[in-house]
Design a protein around this ligand. Structure first.
Ligand code: URA
Ligand code: SF4
Length: 204
C-alpha cells in the first residue's frame, strides 16, 4: 500500500486532519467502508486511548468506540474515574475492515500489519496534535503499532512504558473482554479497569 503520508496535511489542527482523512487512499480499506472514523475528543487531552479500527457501528456513525466495545469501554473508564470527555479516543486504523456474511451483518476482520503501517501517519499526526501525557494502548494492534511488532500484551500489560515524551500503558481490547467466556468476563473487565487506573495514576 502507498500509505497515508501524502494525504496527511502539515497541521496540528485536528479538525483539518479529520477532514483530510476523508480523502485518504493510503490503502484499500476506504473503498468498501461508509466513513473514515477519525479520532474524537479534546485537543488538549492529557490522555489518549488507541484502539484497533472502527467496528460496524463506528463506520455507520463516523465516530470511534460508539458500539458495543465503546459501551464497555465507557463503563471501564467510569470505574477507573476517567472522564471520557477529557480524553482523546482514536484507532490504529481509520477505516472498518470487514467481510459480508449471509445477512446484512458485516463481520469485523483484523487489519493486516501492512494496513496498520499504511495508516500510521494519521496516528502520528494525532499524537503530535494532542501531545498527550499518557497513551492507553487497547489491544495488540494498537500496542504493536506504537511499541513494535514483538510487543506482547500478555507479558507487558499494565507496565508503564515510554512512548516519546509520553508514558504508555497497554491493556486488553474491550472487544476481547466482550468475547471472554461468561465465567471469566468479570475478571477480564476488572483487569481492564485496573490497567486504566494505572494510566490515570500517571496523570496525578
Ligand atoms: N473497536 C475498536 O478498536 N475501535 C473502535 O472504535 C470500536 C471497536
Ligand atoms: Fe487511509 Fe488508513 Fe483508511 Fe487506509 S485505513 S485508506 S491508510 S485512512
Amino acid at each position: 500500500f502507498p500509505g497515508a503520508a501524502t494525504f496527511v496535511p502539515d497541521t496540528l489542527d485536528l479538525a483539518d486532519l479529520a477532514t483530510s482523512a476523508r480523502e485518504c487512499r493510503g490503502c484499500d480499506l476506504w473503498e468498501p467502508a461508509e466513513h473514515v472514523v477519525f479520532g474524537a475528543g479534546s485537543a488538549g487531552a492529557r490522555m489518549m486511548l488507541v484502539g484497533e479500527q472502527p467496528g460496524d457501528q463506528e463506520d455507520r456513525r463516523a465516530a470511534p468506540f460508539v458500539g458495543p466495545a465503546g459501551i464497555l469501554l465507557n463503563r471501564a473508564l467510569a470505574q477507573a474515574d476517567i472522564d471520557r470527555e477529557v480524553t482523546y479516543v482514536t484507532n490504529a486504523v481509520k477505516h472498518f475492515k470487514f467481510t459480508r456474511g449471509s445477512g446484512p451483518r458485516r463481520i469485523h476482520q483484523k487489519p493486516l500489519r501492512s494496513e496498520v503501517t499504511a495508516c500510521h501517519p494519521w496516528l502520528q499526526a494525532e499524537l503530535r496534535a494532542v501531545d498527550p501525557e499518557v497513551v492507553v494502548l487497547l489491544g495488540a494492534t494498537a500496542a504493536q503499532a506504537l511499541m513494535g511488532p514483538s510487543f506482547r500484551i500478555g507479558a507487558s500489560r499494565g507496565e508503564v512504558l515510554a512512548l516519546g515524551d509520553a508514558k504508555a500503558v497497554a491493556t486488553v481490547h474491550p472487544s476481547a473482554v466482550l468475547r471472554t467466556d461468561d465465567a471469566d468476563r468479570d475478571a477480564a473487565f476488572d483487569g481492564l479497569v485496573a490497567d486504566l487506573r494505572i494510566a490515570a495514576g500517571l496523570l496525578r
